[in-house]
Ligand binder design. Structure first.
Ligand code: F6R
Length: 580
């Protein structure tokens, strides 16, 4: 996680209006603290969201070179001192870093023996001292970078700046880094979104590559110092209005955008994404084994896809990326389908790399174009959800499920996707007021259980995840059938149990009755008129998953409103989990 920005410009740029504006666009990557330093050594750090640091900066402050950082803490608590940028003792070398330096303790011990004093608990502080030491030994910076690439273990995107010099040094291994080519400046960033309002031209770093950026030119090198030729990519970004408009939070804005966002995706299936979908189907048909890998909410969408394809007789498995090695070994007969909103989740990136090395074909379903996972894929379907600002995934989740339905449709599943946007709109319009009332009651509860079966089981998990991450309420999403094998012991008078019951599913009705008999306060979500507290439009079980998910997202949102929590930026989270 963490977002990094570096700017080198021919003409002075506004620190607030450019450097911190770009940083703000990376805030979803971490918001424990932020900081910046300019080429003349002017620096500032603050705990909390980027708005805190913005309020400390004068509108008239400008610079020609500077680096900035938004932190998601890994090593060391959330303090001013641990906030980036970090520097050497004489404050002439400044560093921002995204990633984890795994052998930082070894490197630190060596530096401490040489007399270096450390003032933070971070792994990053090793870096400026390391470069200080190398320069004192008579190396130039490029030689020092090459040594660093040999010695350092772990993941990093690093920007290094020397006081008084309009040059940025950028080093990358595993953590994402991209150079934006704007009119009179170069912008280094963790992703293209940071500068997508400044330019659509970008160059992506490869692993173990470094670059030297001056106001009028850039040069890229491999780890041995050999110059590398780089391709300039002209990217397109699916833009939504990036303000909250009249909404109080991005979460509700993004939930309500779904009729348009899903329509854009469904239209793309017959047009711009048709060939890619056909290519993916070819890969699916010509492989012995299909494995979805994903994390969190994207895992839940993948699980819907996997269950649906299994129903069609196309056997697939779906594995949480951080546990892949517990379940399978990739080989050349396996198709790995990586599902990720950000396209940068490190648990997935790591497994995709392993799969590639083992000769597996890689497909991906991502939201962020040119993300690491997309660039490693043989074919990549985009979910076209546009920028999702709220840390919790909502519209991206719905569109991931729609891609699953489209894959199934092309493999023989009977479904008309064209109705979905309208039905999403109805789901929200018919139920929003009822959900507000229910959410008022749920807000005071300690535990919430969500039950599902078949394609609604992933939804039960998804809804429970949202109660946990947005509202900090303990919630369990489970297979209804498993309830009686233990968890039912927790059901007592007034415990809320949300039952997802599509098409009068008998097993689900029984499970719901069983908890009701023990005093649970059941809230049934159904698609049959008169059969539940919440009714979504008529549909089959697969489509029901979409509408039930939206209801769950709305419930967690309105519970959050009642509780007055930080809905768009829940504590301890970041949107892009780029560490393992
Ligand atoms: C939950 C949420 C996370 C992500 C997970 C994977 O609302 O957003 O659980 O789904 O961190 O992220 P991506 O999809 O970017 O790989």
């Amino acid at each position: 996680m963490c977002g990094i920005i570096g700017i080198v410009s021919i003409t002075p740029f506004s620190v607030k209006g450019t450097l911190l504006k770009c940083l703000k666009r990376l805030e979803y990557r971490g918001y424990d603290s932020s900081g910046f330093v300019l080429v003349d050594g002017t620096a500032s750090k603050a705990i909390g969201e980027i708005s805190s640091i913005m309020s400390q900066v004068n509108d008239s402050l400008t610079s020609t070179t500077g680096i900035a950082h938004s932190r998601w803490a890994t090593h060391g608590g959330v303090t001013d001192t641990n906030a980036h940028p970090h520097f050497n003792t004489s404050k002439t070398l400044f560093v921002v870093h995204n990633g984890i330096l795994e052998n930082f303790q070894d490197m630190k011990d060596k530096l401490v023996k040489k007399g270096y004093k450390f003032i933070t608990q971070t792994d990053t502080e090793v870096i400026p001292h390391y470069f200080d030491d190398k320069l004192k030994q008579g190396n130039d910076i490029t030689k020092a970078i090459q040594s660093f690439l040999k010695e350092a273990k772990g993941t990093f995107a690093i920007l290094l700046m020397q006081k008084g010099s309009n040059i940025l040094y950028a080093i990358k291994r595993d953590s994402p880094l991209v150079l934006g080519l704007a009119k009179d400046k170069f912008i280094l960033a963790s992703d293209i979104y940071a500068f997508s309002d400044e330019t659509n031209k970008a160059i992506f770093f490869e692993d173990n590559e470094y670059a030297i950026i001056t106001p009028d030119k850039y040069e890229f090198y491999d780890k041995n110092g050999k110059k590398t030729e780089k391709k300039i990519i002209e990217f397109e970004w699916t833009r939504e209005d990036e303000t909250k408009e009249h909404y109080k939070h991005y979460m509700i804005k993004e939930i309500k955008e779904q009729p348009q966002v899903s329509l854009r995706l469904i239209n793309s299936f017959e047009t711009i994404q048709n060939d890619k979908l056909n290519k993916l189907l070819e890969l699916m048909k010509n492989t012995k084994r299909i494995v979805f890998i994903a994390c969190g909410t994207s895992y839940h969408a993948s699980l819907v896809g996997s269950i649906l394809l299994n129903h069609l007789g196309i056997y697939t498995s779906c594995i949480i990326a951080s546990e892949v090695e517990s379940f399978i070994k990739f080989d050349k007969d396996t198709l790995c389908i990586a599902v990720s909103q950000s396209g940068e989740t490190m648990d997935i990136v790591t497994e995709v790399k392993k799969a590639k090395q083992a000769g597996s074909k890689i497909a991906s379903i991502v939201n962020v174009p040119y993300s690491t996972i997309q660039r490693m894929s043989d074919v990549s379907i985009e979910i076209l959800a546009g920028q999702e600002v709220c840390v919790a995934a909502t519209k991206s989740f719905t569109n991931q499920v729609i891609v699953m339905l489209e894959l199934a449709r092309r493999l023989g599943y009977k479904i008309n996707l064209k109705h979905i946007p309208k039905k999403i709109q109805q789901t929200i319009a018919i139920n929003e007021d009822k959900i507000k009332v229910i959410s008022n009651e749920l807000a005071s509860k300690r535990d919430i259980f969500v039950l599902g079966k078949g394609m609604s089981y992933p939804m039960a998990r998804e809804i429970a995840l949202k109660f946990k991450e947005i509202d900090y309420i303990h919630a369990e999403g489970m297979m209804a059938g498993e309830l009686k094998h233990g968890t039912i012991a927790l059901i007592e008078e007034g415990v809320p149990v949300i039952s997802l019951i599509p098409n009068n599913n008998e097993d689900m009705i029984s499970a719901s009755k069983e908890v009701e008999a023990r005093g649970a306060h059941t809230i049934v979500i159904s698609n049959i008129e008169g059969k539940g507290e919440i009714i979504v439009p008529k549909c089959d079980d697969a489509e029901f998953a979409i509408y039930a998910g939206i209801i769950g997202h709305l419930m967690s949102y309105y519970v959050g409103v009642v509780l007055g929590v930080s809905i768009d930026r829940p504590k301890n989270l970041a949107k892009c989990v780029s560490v393992r």
